[in-house]
Design a protein around this ligand. Structure first.
Ligand code: CA
Ligand code: CA
Length: 677
């Protein structure tokens, strides 16, 4: 039945609708007749409102009837209120989410969360008792990293290699040397590491291959496509094409009879330099990065990067001493390396690799890490270039080797100078890192003296940024004596004083024979102190170097100010270097007092932000819990203290020039969150 509604609206009545109220009203109006008639819904304009108010809405009412009510204030108002509430809430939520994202400081990556531990695989653990460490051996010892709260492990090269430079001469960039195991062993190791939450960083050695590499064999035969894989030039033996010298000494040119030309090698003659001006070489080397990233490797330590490119003109490099007879120029230190290091275009190559690695970094927690190795010593600005620019990323950090020099200037002032050098030169917002030893440098415990082992580890683990620990530093291993006739290191064979064998001796796991490293004669002698300086013994001694390392490693992770807070230098003198680690909003802060000289009494009463009394949280000589007055902080030779205090006063607002932070973050204790501030 169709009836005319108000204002010409066609109203269709549908049979079977239950509406007691309506029917009653209709009956009243029309003499009790049950049949609705055409006039039942015809309402004159002036009766409209009263008619609506008399009729109540009912379930299942048709749209047309519903529309009669919808404009009433009591229905319209809540409806519009709800509508705007929804809009406002949605916009509010989006704004809040954006604000939270904008206000949140960046989460720290895995490469920032703990120390990076360097394994020299020949010397970490021997699983098959041939006297040389291997990949299965590393897998056997993974719990060591869990024990130390270490999340990132860098393993020095295990590529297939003739071992002229113990793996830095690579015969096949896609294979494992049988000495270390098989590809299956590698995959098992990587899977085991990942299952334990450990990340693997491997060496990437772009500058050169081994002369046994297939590419070199093809290149020396002038095989089509491979002619320019290496750097060849005409020469008349025995006269080299120019005065360039190898890092390992003597000319960096070797005559090859097969090709009747000289090839360049910035390292050993068995390590010919690849020609990175050849696009095919660049593509091959990028493919190798992809190969290992596809396997799941978490990052690369990029070896000797400053040597990647050389000047094409091949002119002589200037002598450091112009009066030195040119024929006696035979070592790296005799020349300024203007044409063989840090050449234009180097950073473009590295940035290209960064882009490639970033393609593999898109999943959460899968950042592929890149650290570059380059020794630039007095030219720190060159080192800093590897950080990239604010807009173009390069390495996550270039290795900071300056603390390796600490034993040469062992004092509070010396430590301050070396730390300050990095912090004042590092580009804003970048992440620092610290190295005190590696496979190329004498162990710092030996060069500084064992009495400073603990305080050096404390420095490493309380500074801002990522510390690197070379295997054995966590137990205070020392250089081992290797007689001249037993030298294994090729560099040592050129110059015994420069041998790197002493810092490469087998890891000291226990007091068992061969220090628990192997059951056979080891490739280098084990340090005789292994009966006491070993992991097992130190685990049962709460005051050991190992246990202190472990305590600091956990402290660094759990205490936000130590992990990512401000660093403010507060004191330095001949003996003591002291700094504060603090964070806005975080109730606890730390004063780190490190003694690199002799017994000292330090007065910090001038540092007004410090409370009078501070409590030893970790000490290198067992003074945990002791209260010290800031005017009389006593430290013995080689002692280190991490002092804890509570205060709302922060140093960094008033001491801008001696305070640093990579990325500002403040702590909101009410919500237990960090925010940008
Ligand atoms: Ca072995
Ligand atoms: Ca090169």
């Amino acid at each position: 039945m169709t009836k005319d509604g108000v204002n010409g609206t066609a109203v269709e009545m549908i049979e079977g609708i239950k509406n007691e109220g309506f029917q009653e009203e209709a009956a009243e109006n029309h003499g009790g007749q049950g049949e609705p008639n055409t006039s039942s819904l015809v309402l004159s304009p002036n009766r409209e409102e009263s008619a609506y108010t008399q009729i109540k809405p009912y379930a299942g009412m048709p749209k047309e009837v519903l529309l009669l009510y919808s404009n009433q204030v009591r229905y319209r108002l809540p409806r519009e209120l709800l509508f705007w509430l929804t809009i406002v809430s949605t916009v509010g939520l989006v704004a809040l989410t954006s604000a939270v994202i904008a206000m949140s400081p960046r989460c720290l990556g895995w490469w920032q969360s703990s120390a990076v531990y360097q394994i020299y695989p020949r010397s970490f653990k021997d699983s098959n008792n041939d006297g040389i460490g291997d990949l299965k051996g590393i897998e056997e010892k993974l719990e060591h990293f869990e024990y130390l709260n270490i999340k990132a492990v860098w393993i020095s090269p295990f590529y297939k290699s003739p071992m002229k430079d113990f793996g830095y001469d690579v015969e096949d960039f896609r294979d494992i040397d049988p000495l270390f195991g098989t590809m299956q062993d590698f995959e098992n190791l990587l899977a085991s590491m990942h299952s334990k939450g450990l990340k693997m960083i491997m060496d990437y050695i772009p500058n050169h291959s081994s002369d046994k590499h297939r590419w070199f064999q093809l290149s020396r035969n002038r095989t089509r496509g491979y002619e320019d894989y290496y750097i060849w030039t005409d020469c008349t033996p025995p006269v080299p094409p120019n005065n360039w010298v190898s890092v390992f000494g003597n000319s960096s040119w070797t005559y090859d009879e097969v090709r009747d030309q000289c090839y360049l090698h910035q390292f050993l003659k068995g390590q010919p330099d690849l020609n990175f001006r050849n696009p095919r070489v660049r593509e091959e080397m990028t493919d190798i990065i992809r190969f290992w990233l596809d396997k799941g490797v978490d990052g690369f330590r990029m070896d000797a990067v400053k040597h990647i490119l050389e000047a094409q003109h091949l002119r002589d490099e200037p002598q450091v001493d112009p009066n030195q007879p040119p024929e006696s120029v035979d070592s790296e230190s005799d020349l300024y390396h203007d044409y063989t290091t840090s050449q234009l275009g180097l950073h473009d190559i590295l940035r290209g690799w960064r882009v490639e690695m970033d393609k593999y970094s898109r999943e959460p927690g899968r950042h592929r890490f890149m650290v570059t190795e380059s020794y630039d010593y007095k030219e720190i600005s060159k080192t800093m270039m590897y950080y990239g620019t604010p807009t173009v990323k390069e390495s996550d950090f270039p290795f900071n080797f300056y603390l390796i020099d600490l034993p040469n200037r062992l004092s509070g002032d010396g430590a301050f100078d070396l730390v300050n050098l990095w912090m004042t030169n590092m580009p804003e917002g970048k992440w620092p890192n610290w190295v005190v030893g590696n496979h190329d440098k004498p162990r710092i415990t030996t060069t500084a003296g064992t009495e400073y082992t603990r305080v050096i580890n404390m420095l490493l683990l309380t500074l801002p940024g990522t510390p690197t620990t070379y295997y054995g530093e966590e137990i205070g291993m020392e250089n081992v004596n290797v007689s001249e006739s037993e030298i294994q290191d090729p560099f040592g064979k050129f110059n015994p004083n420069m041998s790197r064998d002493p810092q490469r001796s087998p890891m000291q796991w226990s007091a068992e024979e061969n220090a628990g490293f192997s059951q056979n004669k080891t490739w280098l002698p084990i340090h005789p102190n292994y009966t006491t300086v070993n992991v097992e013994s130190q685990k049962s001694d709460s005051g050991s170097v190992l246990e202190q390392y472990r305590a600091l490693s956990f402290l660094r992770e759990t205490e936000l100010p130590l992990h990512r807070g401000w660093t403010c230098f507060v004191h330095r003198d001949a003996d003591v270097f002291a700094f504060v680690r603090e964070m806005d909003g975080f109730p606890v802060a730390f004063l780190v007092v490190l003694n690199f000289g002799g017994d000292a009494l330090t007065d910090l009463s001038g540092v007004l932000e410090l409370p009078d009394e501070l409590k030893v949280r970790v000490g290198t000589s067992g003074r945990e819990g002791t209260l010290l007055h800031k005017s009389k902080i006593d430290t013995k030779l080689g002692e280190g203290l991490v002092l804890e205090y509570s205060s709302n006063q922060r140093l960094h607002p008033g001491h801008g020039s001696s305070c640093f932070v990579s990325e500002k973050a403040c702590y909101l204790s009410a919500l237990d969150i960090l925010y940008k501030c």
